[in-house]
Design a protein around this ligand. Structure first.
Ligand code: PEP
Ligand code: MN
Length: 362
């Protein structure tokens, strides 16, 4: 399928008046009218203009708090009427869409467990046809770019033109200390293919812990993303869902003020193609390289134990010579010089021998 989405830019949504980052904030879940109002007041006080709160919560485990349901929608409407904020919530079915339209919800988002399901995406797209509500699509739980794009295409074909995405990381087998693997590479690819899409990062679900919010938000900004969706609760210690990752409005203000925003004009495409963004991409790749090296060394340790058990010498020169020759050949296909490949592989091999030695001597 030919890429290309028919998009209305965020500048025409009437939502985000302040410079980058465009910020959506609010609790993981709407829990009570008081909690919603107190949090929203705290956020509105420092200029947050778009309020989020989950009404229907798709939880991984049954028995967890699954949201207050439609009875929370009047609370959101109060936020809109009394504080003048735009209100948004997560939808996953046709019924949710119809309820949101009924209560004047300004924007909806599709969660990670829903965007992975083409049947639900089609149901939502059909329900939204004819309405003018902006829709943000979170990445599917698994790192499948085509599934994410497919979800966007379904909405777009149904006539949803105020469209954006929220990158919340991927629930793959844990590769990092974060709750979800940031997988920035995939986000960058989507961004490159559809530069017109409003692009948010969700550092709350990515990090899973408030202590990571600043570094993840900074990374999102360095990569040139447009905005942030951050979970904020008036009292995170008693939150019914995602307590660990929520910030008080005051702490969110501090966090946002600590961000270094190198480009404060959201439509400066020139900057986004610029050096800072490229450097941020390099940082992502370097971090991935470190992860790969660590995984490789873990395997070396296993090989070390295996050799020890079977009383075999560490250095198997035949194996090393053929491995190196193969890497030089493959590297050549990627346009990498023989000198570089020899140097890199020799350094890796040296480290691997050192690691195996530790095991044998241990
Ligand atoms: C949420 O935003 O509260 C949520 C459930 O997020 P995700 O779909 O990213 O898990
Ligand atoms: Mn949450």
């Amino acid at each position: 399928m030919k890429p290309g989405l028919d998009i209305v830019p965020t500048s025409e949504w009437g939502f985000f008046t302040l410079p980058r980052p465009m910020c959506i904030a609010g609790p993981c879940s709407a829990e009570s009218e008081e909690q919603v109002m107190e949090t929203a007041r705290g956020l509105a006080a420092f200029g947050i203009h778009v309020f989020r709160a989950g009404i229907w919560k798709p939880r991984t485990h049954p028995g967890s708090f699954e949201g207050v349901g439609s009875k929370g929608l009047p609370w959101l409407r109060r936020v809109k009427e009394e504080l003048g904020m735009k209100i948004c919530t997560e939808i996953a079915t046709e019924k949710h869409v119809l309820e949101c339209i009924k209560y004047g919800v300004d924007m909806v988002w599709v969660g990670a467990r829903t965007s992975a399901n083409p049947f639900l995406m089609q149901e939502i797209a059909d329900a939204l046809a004819g309405s003018d509500i902006p829709v943000l699509v979170k990445n599917p739980v698994n790192p499948d770019l085509d599934l994410w794009i497919g979800a966007l295409e379904r909405l777009n074909r149904a006539g949803v033109r105020k469209l954006g995405v929220v990158h919340r990381g991927f629930s793959t087998a844990s590769r990092s200390h974060y709750r979800n693997d940031p997988g920035w590479r995939i986000a960058i690819e989507l961004r490159t293919r559809f530069p017109e899409l409003a692009f948010f990062a969700d550092p709350s679900h990515m990090g899973g812990d408030r202590k990571y919010l600043l570094e993840l938000s900074q990374r999102a900004m360095d990569l040139g993303l447009d905005g942030l969706m951050v979970e904020s609760h008036c009292d995170p210690s008693v939150a019914l869902s995602d307590a660990k990752q929520q910030l008080t409005p005051a702490d969110l203000k501090t966090m946002l003020e600590s961000l270094v925003i190198r480009d404060n004009s959201s439509d400066s495409r020139a900057y986004k193609e610029g050096i800072e963004q490229l450097r941020a991409q390099i940082d992502v790749i370097d971090e991935n390289l470190l992860w790969l090296l660590r995984s490789r060394m873990d395997i070396s340790r296993k090989i070390g134990s295996y050799k020890k058990e079977h009383n075999v010498a560490i250095l198997q020169t035949g194996r090393w010579d053929s491995l190196l020759a193969e890497m030089v050949r493959k590297g050549g296909e990627y346009g990498l010089s023989e000198t570089a490949i020899r140097a890199i592989m020799t350094a890796i091999h040296d480290e691997s021998v050192r690691v195996q030695n530790e095991i044998l001597e241990g």
